[in-house]
Ligand binder design. Structure first.
Ligand code: ADP
Length: 294
């Protein structure tokens, strides 16, 4: 269990990136969902001991993450948002090298480890190929392989599916799900489906604050009976936005389909629909925006 308490971070330019962030993250896949600029990377880097918060505490079991950085780094696997690779090195050679850096000095043991990792992320067939020739999905799977060296207890992946095509994305998520059975895996993302398909627990973060934390199913259930749908003229959208909490808009065959959050039917023509995680997410973002205006 990773326990985060009252974490604060303000950058020197005055941007408050984290504000009273507290989370309990058990073993398994945990989705950290939020829009760009919400503070996800700041939180990920802080847990990964790459930067200091202004205040607060992080514990993994009994281990004090902020005080005992060396111990944490030994059991941490991290895939940063900007994951650079050496383009001219093969996947196999790079993993070998990284394994040496992580302290796997015995040659036979290292070969075995690298081979197993390449199989696990389905890159064994292309292990001799240069990383520069890898597709985005292959590169991310390589990123996971390097994060898994040393058998980490805590795995952090920051926005890993951005830019992947649907097939590669699915493949990548399946890989994460397998890992997540044994350790704490934190997946930060702005893509709602990453969380709904994969994460038994999640939190929504916006403007540096945790807006909601829990099981996706429970948060969806809490909106039951409050999400309404209607097709409108595109030109009327601004008017609807002014009068109602519009969760989302979608173009459907030339018309505009909107979802609205309301305790009762907002007006004739709206039909009640079962909520999904996207409704939950956009509802929280609306509330965050509302709180800012107020
Ligand atoms: P996310 O990963 O959710 O997109 P970030 O943690 O990267 O969010 O950023 C949160 C906020 O902090 C943003 O407003 C961003 O511009 C700002 N920020 C991030 N890193 C720095 C930095 N090194 N210096 C100043 N501001 C930063």
């Amino acid at each position: 269990m990773l326990t985060i308490r009252s974490l604060y971070k303000t950058y020197p330019n005055g941007v408050r990136a984290l504000s009273d962030v507290s989370l309990d993250i058990p073993n398994g896949m945990f989705g950290l969902l939020g829009p760009n600029g919400a503070g996800k990377s700041t939180l990920m880097r802080t847990i990964a001991t790459l930067q200091e918060p202004d205040a607060g505490s992080i514990k993994l079991g009994d281990l004090d993450v902020l005080a005992d950085k060396v111990a944490i780094r030994r059991i941490l696997g991290y895939l940063p948002q900007e994951f650079g690779v050496y383009p001219k090195v093969s996947a196999e050679a790079m993993l070998e090298h990284l394994a040496v850096l992580k302290g796997v000095t015995h040659r036979g043991e290292r070969r075995e480890l690298v081979g197993a990792l390449l199989h696990q992320v389905n890159l064994y067939e292309v292990r001799k190929r240069k990383l520069g020739g890898f597709s985005g999905g292959m590169r991310q799977r390589f990123g996971i392989a390097q994060a898994l060296i040393g058998d980490p207890k805590l795995v952090i992946v920051d926005e890993p599916t951005a830019g992947l095509d649907p097939e590669e994305r699915q493949r990548f998520l399946n890989l994460l799900a397998e890992i997540g059975e044994r350790v704490v895996v934190i997946l930060s993302t702005h893509i709602v489906e990453d969380v709904s398909e994969l994460c038994p627990r999640m939190a929504i973060i916006a403007e540096g604050r945790v807006r909601l934390a829990g099981e996706p199913r429970e948060t969806i259930r809490a909106l039951a009976g409050r999400v309404w749908r209607r097709v409108i003229d595109k030109g009327a959208l601004a008017d609807y936005r002014a009068h109602m909490t519009v969760l989302s808009t979608r173009l459907a065959g030339g018309a505009t389909l909107i979802h609205v959050l309301a305790d009762g039917r907002p007006e004739e023509g709206f039909e009640s629909i079962p909520p999904d995680l996207e409704d939950v997410y956009f509802g929280q973002l609306q509330q965050a925006a509302g709180a800012r205006v107020a």
